[in-house]
Design a binder for this molecule. Structure first.
Ligand SMILES: [Mg+2]
Length: 430
């Protein structure tokens, strides 16, 4: 039975600001959008002042100042950096992690036999201790339930930031879901909420009890999926979220520690290729690429090192070719010999809609974007038709880390050779 955890930073942007600024720990804090236009984030104290979310600053500024509110411009570099650190700590607690947004990731906790509430407390405490960011952890038998648990863990104080719905009886779950507004259920948007309320569905419990066929006929397949998920039937698998993500992160833990630059380059190239594909699938390009590498923070007897490097692109891009080139550059500037690396991560930021590039005629390094675009669409087409990763960039390599990475912590000693799909397991005839 699948068990999902969702780890989500509390008022993430505001919390990032507070980490390095103790003078605001007990004050309301808000963060503004680009060009200081609107309020995009607020901590609990600021939220308590009144409905300020997404309001233009000039409308509420006087009000905020009366309450001694600290007001910040968006420090995107800081948030992205704190985000990578947070995701990397969280990811060390499970073999599979899906990074969903700048401050949220899912972990696959299936098959873990220990007390998950205690385990979630450990996650929460390690993030707090390591980088100073408060998080809440929600656990459930589906992603939608994990999201709901997270929401409730934040709302109901006595849960202390952790709620494991997977260990509760159906009655206890229903009791909790009856306290949650239907509009807060994952996947139920602002548009859908009034329509549901019109037909008497006000809470998450009401939606759980809705007839699934009725949901499909009168609303959509998506809503039917949500009804199933609330009933503990996992329909949304790992990494299947369709969203125009503001940030794309591709990362995995290695099956065995990586100790040489060559393997690390291949890993980073592979993650870059995966992230670039996501960019193209959602018809977007990015302006910034970051690479992060880290040793195993749970092995205190081993020398520890982690570092990251971000590079600003000259032009927005979604070309695997170009992004691999840039990620290699970033990796070279942080890689150090002599460590046993556990994990690498590639982060794409400043994501925008694909658009024709404004060509700078005076730039001597002008790349042939048309040629690159054609190459990438042929590449995507072949992989789509022929399945999976029929072709790939040589930089992604053919070495071992790929075969091993999903095996981390998994007992697959009896797995037969995958000679038809894995270079490393090709039959050798002498
Ligand atoms: Mg959050």
């Amino acid at each position: 039975m699948p068990i999902f955890a969702l780890i989500d930073g509390n008022s993430f942007y505001a919390s990032c600001e507070a980490v390095f600024n103790p003078s605001i720990w007990n004050r309301p804090v808000v963060v503004l959008s680009n060009n200081d236009g609107c309020i995009v984030a607020a901590n609990a104290r600021a939220k308590a002042i009144g409905p300020i979310a997404f309001k233009p600053l000039y409308q509420v500024e006087k009000y905020l100042k009366q309450h001694n509110t600290a007001i910040f411009s968006s420090n995107y570099e800081l948030y992205a950096d704190m985000s990578s650190r947070m995701h990397s700590i969280v990811g060390s607690f499970a073999p599979n992690q899906e990074i969903y947004s700048i401050d949220e990731s899912f972990l696959d906790l299936s098959g873990m036999s220990w007390n998950l509430t205690d385990y979630a407390q450990q996650i929460k405490q390690l993030v707090r201790k390591s980088i100073g960011i408060p998080v809440a952890v929600g656990i459930g038998k589906s992603k939608t339930l994990a999201k709901a648990a997270n929401h409730l863990a934040k709302k109901i104080e006595r849960h202390n930031g952790v709620l494991d719905l997977s260990s509760l009886s159906e009655d206890a779950i229903d009791q909790l879901l009856s306290r949650m507004d239907v509009g807060s259920v994952w996947g139920v948007g602002r548009k859908l909420t009034p329509r549901l309320k019109n037909i008497g569905i006000h809470t998450a419990l009401d939606l759980k009890q809705m007839d699934r066929n009725h949901a499909r006929r009168n609303f959509s397949v998506v809503l039917q999926t949500t009804v199933d998920e609330l009933n503990g039937i996992a329909r949304i698998k790992f990494d299947e979220v369709i969203a125009n993500k503001q940030q794309i992160i591709s990362s995995r833990s290695f099956g065995t520690p990586v100790t040489d630059l060559h393997s690390m380059q291949e890993a980073v190239a592979t993650y870059t290729a995966r992230a670039a594909l996501k960019l193209r699938r959602q018809h977007t390009q990015c302006m910034q690429l970051g690479v992060m590498i880290t040793t195993n923070i749970h092995k205190s007897n081993e020398p520890q090192y982690s570092n990251w490097h971000y590079i600003e692109l000259r032009y927005p891009s979604n070309s695997t070719n170009e992004l691999i080139h840039i990620s290699r550059q970033a990796l070279r500037s942080i890689y150090k010999e002599g460590y046993r690396y556990k994990k690498a991560m590639v982060v794409l930021n400043d994501i925008r809609e694909s658009a024709p590039i404004q060509i700078d005629l005076f730039n001597p390094q002008l790349r042939d974007t048309k040629r690159d675009e054609k190459l990438m669409s042929a590449y995507d087409l072949i992989n789509r038709r022929m399945g999976g990763r029929t072709i790939q960039f040589a930089a992604e390599g053919t070495s071992n880390f790929k075969q091993q990475r999903t095996d981390w912590q998994m007992n697959r000693n009896r797995l037969s050779s995958r000679a038809t799909t894995r270079w490393g397991e090709l039959k050798i005839v002498i």
